[in-house]
Structures are given as structure tokens and as C-alpha cells.
Design a protein around this ligand. Structure first.
Ligand code: PLP
Length: 451
């Protein structure tokens, strides 16, 4: 198609190829976002979309928030930042105090800043090694914890991400996450005896000395693996296994934190106080910020200087984060996420009764997966359905992606209205119907790539 027949938004998407390296993209649809307000975004041609992705769960508070813009502007007019590596600013201290207050557990805690979620996980790797004096680290198959070398070493999500760039960091071990929908051990609820946990116990007996393991890095909901909610007994069992061997329990809340699941932190659903929590994405309220929150003795175990970034914890970003947390509390967004999440799950479960292509609906709060399958008995993933439904949803005005090769990722801004939710859910249902009727062309599969 010649560029003259493309709309402006598509032209922008196309021009990106010329200037930005392809390694920074997982293409879904050629839409270029110009502006946003709450749960709505508009492209450069003025077309409106309901955002069901929240910019990869980075915009829990929604888009175009004027109060946040005002807070940042005021700070920028004073001074945007002065590096906290050498001197002191009030805003990062205020933010650290607030974060410690909302973090679960009674232990004394401290905060460490970085610029992205990936860097937070890198910092956490340093901390757990430094505190325990151990080098080995456990994380889970299909997990994504970020793109920097440390975070990527934790992330066995994609072969392509790991090709030609090795070696990654040594001493990382990956075990099966409890994906009960497709149990790797062929078990079901009635005969499960936590075989996936036993695999770690087996490793501890035969080839992985537990006294050399520094930490387990765990997502309380496995995000990019397909939004998998683990059984509570597994999480409790894993935590106890860690305690037994002096292994630290680190939770990555970068995608699921800050109200996404109906609580500040998704680990709160499991009643566990982790040793460290990593945050990113929504914490910066639209600006880049990463945070590690953790028990004081672990946080202070890293030598000075140990994890420094000139721009991080800067006053303008911290002002944005503080304002975001204030709005989040004022507008009861945790409760709203829980309530609206239940409503959405209900509607998706009704759809599941009507369409066999929906194999599973799962999630907590407003972090929901609608898993599309070829066969409900085998739960064979239906990549084609996921790709086509996603594409059609975006065409019809709902921004959506899929993960784990088959699961629609439903994570709207927590400020979304019921009217917007209903409209988007109707579009998703229509798109599923059109897929079933064979009305979505195969050419879609050339455009959309997915994880
Ligand atoms: C669970 C999880 N951890 C870490 C990251 C990496 O965060 P960032 O992209 O801010 O580096 C992501 C990003 O998608 C994520 O979902």
C-alpha cells in the first residue's frame, strides 16, 4: 500500500521502522497514540480507543491526568532534579516514606530507586547476593522480569530475547510455575499434590544445593506468561520452602502492583510478607521510575556505592508518583479494581458459556486473562484466535494485546467507567463472534506478532 493511502497514524507507525531499531518492538497493530484521558486514548487521526492495556499496566491511574501534570510542572519550574547520588532532595524521601507505609508486613523497611522495572530486578539480584553471600537464583519458566542483563537472566520467556547476546548472568535456575490450566504433570485439582513444588525439592536434594540459593524471584500472578493465578497452597509452600533454607523471597510487582489486582500489592492476596518487592511501570505515573522496597537489613547490605543512577529518584518523577498515590487513595482505586474486576470476570464467564473458543477466564481485580483454545479438553492454545480477535478489537476501538500465545490481556486503567467497560466488552464479544464466523482475514497474522 502506498503511503498516500495510509492514515496519519499508520504513516507514523510505518516511519518508526526507518528510525527505531526493531529490537524495541513486539508489533500488534499500526496505531500511533497522540493523546489520552482516563481510560480513553486517541490516535493522530482523532480515532478514539478504550484502553484495555493501560500502556502495559503502566497507567493504572489513567491517561492525561491534569493534577499529575500540574504537580510535575510545578516541580520542573523549581528544579526538575538534582542527583540524589551526591546530594539530597525532599521528594524521594517523602515517596519512600509513603511506599514503606503501604507495603505489607511489620518489618522495618527501606527503599532503593532505579529508572525501570528491569533495573529494580537487577538491584534486587545484587541485594540478595550481597545479603546472603550466596549466588544461585531461582525464577520461573515463561516469566518476564525485564530486558537488562540481570532481569533477562531471570526471564525464560522467549528464545529470541536470548539469542546471540550471551552469556547471560550465571547461576540462574528456572522451574515450572503452577499453571493448573495446563498442568505439566497431568494433574487436576482433585489429585494435585504440588508436583511443581516437589520439583524444586528434588533439585535441592540432587543437584542444586539450597544453602547456595540466594533467592526465589516470584510473580504472585505470572503476568506475561499468561496472567496465571497460582493456588494459594503453592505460594505458601514455596514461601515455607524458602524459609526452611534461608532463601529470600522476592516478589516482582512491576506489572501486578499498585491496585491492579484490587490491592496495593498482589502478594497481599496470599498473606505473605516478602523480603523484597520490586516495582516499576505505574509507580512513575507516566514517567520512568523503578523501586525496590524491602527489609532494612537486606536493603542496607549492599555496599556504597552499589546501585546508582544519576537521574533516578528524581524530584519531578517522585512528585508525579506522590500525586498518583494521593489520587489512588482518594478515589479508592483498589476497591474499584476489585469490584470492576469481578463485574468483568462475570461478563467474560458468561461469554465462556456461549463460545467454546474461550478455554479459561482467570485473574484478580482488573488483571484478567481470557484464554483462547482450540479444544477445551486439551486446552491447546489458539494463537490464531488470539491474534485475530486482538486485531479486530483494535480496529473496532479497543486497545488490547495477547500473551502466552493465547490469552487476551485485560488490564484497563483502574479509573475506567462502567460505560467504557461495557462498550469494550461488547466489542470483544463481537470480535470473538467474527472470528468464529471466519470473518477475520488471515492477512492479520502477517501484521501481528505477539510475544
Ligand atoms: C513482571 C514484570 N517485571 C519486569 C518488567 C520490566 O519492567 P520495565 O519494562 O519497566 O523494565 C515487566 C515489563 O513488562 C514485567 O511485566
Amino acid at each position: 500500500m502506498s503511503s498516500t493511502t495510509l492514515c496519519y497514524s499508520e504513516q507514523i507507525a510505518n516511519s518508526e521502522k526507518k528510525y527505531i531499531a526493531k529490537g524495541q518492538k513486539i508489533p500488534y497493530y499500526p496505531v500511533a497514540i497522540k493523546e489520552g484521558e482516563g481510560a480513553l486514548v486517541r490516535d493522530y487521526d482523532g480515532k478514539e480507543y478504550i484502553d484495555f492495556l493501560s500502556s502495559a499496566s503502566s497507567a493504572n491511574i489513567g491517561h492525561g491526568n491534569k493534577e499529575i501534570a500540574e504537580a510535575v510542572k510545578e516541580q520542573m519550574e523549581n528544579i526538575s532534579q538534582y542527583t540524589i547520588v551526591y546530594f539530597y532532595c525532599k521528594e524521594p524521601i517523602e515517596l519512600a516514606k509513603k511506599l514503606v507505609e503501604i507495603t505489607p508486613g511489620d518489618s522495618k523497611k527501606k527503599v532503593m530507586y532505579s529508572t525501570t522495572g528491569s533495573e529494580s530486578n537487577d538491584g534486587a539480584i545484587k541485594l540478595v547476593r550481597s545479603y546472603t553471600g550466596r549466588s544461585k537464583i531461582i525464577s520461573f519458566c515463561e516469566a518476564y522480569h525485564g530486558s537488562s542483563y540481570g532481569a533477562l537472566s531471570l526471564s525464560p520467556i522467549s528464545l529470541n530475547m536470548r539469542r546471540k547476546i550471551g552469556p547471560l548472568l550465571p547461576e540462574f535456575y528456572h522451574f515450572n510455575y503452577p499453571i493448573c490450566q495446563r498442568c505439566k504433570y497431568g494433574k487436576n485439582k482433585s489429585n494435585c499434590s504440588l508436583e511443581c513444588l516437589k520439583e524444586i525439592e528434588y533439585a535441592f536434594k540432587h543437584y542444586l544445593p539450597p544453602e547456595e540459593v540466594a533467592a526465589v524471584f516470584f510473580e504472585p500472578i505470572a503476568g506475561d506468561a499468561g496472567l496465571i493465578v497460582p493456588p494459594k497452597k503453592y505460594v505458601k509452600g514455596l514461601y515455607e520452602l524458602c524459609n526452611k533454607h534461608g532463601i529470600l523471597f522476592v516478589v516482582d510487582e512491576i506489572q501486578q502492583g499498585l491496585g491492579r489486582t484490587g490491592k496495593w500489592f498482589s502478594i497481599e492476596h496470599f498473606g505473605i510478607e516478602p523480603d523484597l518487592i520490586t516495582l516499576g511501570k505505574s509507580i512513575g505515573a507516566g514517567l520512568p521510575l523503578g523501586v525496590i522496597i524491602g527489609k532494612e537489613e537486606i536493603m542496607d547490605s549492599l555496599n556504597s556505592p552499589g546501585h546508582l543512577f544519576s537521574m533516578t529518584g528524581n524530584s519531578a518523577v517522585c512528585k508525579a508518583a506522590l500525586k498518583m498515590l494521593e489520587i489512588h487513595e482518594r478515589e479508592n482505586l483498589n476497591e474499584k479494581s476489585e469490584q470492576m474486576g469481578k463485574y468483568m470476570m462475570n461478563r467474560f464467564n458468561q461469554m465462556k458459556e456461549r463460545y467454546d473458543v474461550i478455554g479459561d477466564v482467570r485473574g484478580l481485580g482488573m488483571s484478567i486473562a481470557v484464554d483462547l483454545v482450540k479444544d477445551r479438553n486439551t486446552m491447546e492454545k489458539n494463537y490464531e484466535a488470539a491474534a485475530k480477535v486482538c486485531f479486530r478489537c483494535i480496529e473496532k476501538g479497543v486497545i488490547l494485546i495477547f500473551i502466552g500465545q493465547s490469552a487476551l490481556r485485560i488490564q484497563p486503567p483502574l479509573v475506567i467507567t462502567k460505560e467504557q467497560v461495557d462498550k469494550a466488552l461488547n466489542i470483544i464479544e463481537e470480535s470473538i463472534q467474527e472470528y468464529i464466523n471466519g470473518e477475520i482475514d488471515d492477512s492479520v497474522l502477517d501484521v501481528i506478532q505477539g510475544w
